[in-house]
Design a protein around this ligand. Sequence first.
Ligand code: CUA
Length: 341
Amino acid sequence: KRLLPVTVFCGFLLAGCGREDLSVLRPQGPAAESSFGLMKLSISIMIVVLLIVFSIAAYVIIRFRRKAGQNEIPEQIEGSFKLEVLWTVIPLILVIVLAIPTVKAVFAAGDDHANDKDAIKVKVTGHQYWWEFEYTDYGITTAQDLIIPAGKDIAFELTTTDVLHSFWVPSLSGKMDTNPDGTTNRFSFSAPNEGVYRGKCAELCGPSHGFMEFKVKSVSEEAFQEWLGKMKAPVAVLPEDPALAEKFRAQCLSCHAVGDQNDIGRGPNLTGIGSRESVAGILLNDETGVEGASVEENLKTWLRDPESVKPGNRMPNPKDLGLSDTEIDGIAEYLANYKLD
Ligand code: CUA
């Protein structure tokens, strides 16, 4: 009876894992499908073993139980060559059955497509607490939303500017660490279907580790090319009000980049931020208000007090930089309208 609440609680916990775009149980690409296949295989084997062992145990307990009036100790048997061979050979076969597809999958997952001309190369940099994506072949840098063409292999190169993070899109692939010791990790995945997949940092990296989210947006080849074009266009978009534009340039652009204005990569690149799925990775943009708030509202929430949204992040509070509430709201409005579509 004491186990019941624990079971129910675990059930609720697992129910939370049901989000389609954040579940290893709903694989959306070859890498995730291969892991899921291994999972299904090992669980099936475990279930069969469990059923056989428990059935034998139940049979033995009932069949050889102490009967009424039975007082003498039954016949004692020691060792059985046949049985020992049987329970050595069966597990051995099971291990081989598991090992073959596992080794195959590990080697397949090890193909990082680094020298594949058709693969899209993306350099991923982990920062406390956001993700930077650099499309090295196109000279484009963005943050938080990784836009990829559906079906193409994406060749990742992963590093970090501070501590250990781990890049993970559960429905597309396994995890890959970003190492602070200067080594570069490589791996690859593809998303055959168009859609938005949620990603998370999977390595404890500080107080806002749990908020270090990002999105992978798999789009058609045409949409991807269109996006690249818009990202490359050298548009000097700044707030209309000259005084606000000056503040924006002096304060925000000392860390962030917009379009061709500055490319210091200390903070996330803001080009087209109004088109992103979320603000700061966790405030979901949803004009309908069902799952989140509008981009503008989210930007205001973030800019008015970044620390309360993501504790420990490196963004200074705009108020401490001398921006008034009206100016902060003005910048939020400008950024919300800075869209790529
Ligand atoms: Cu970055 Cu956890």
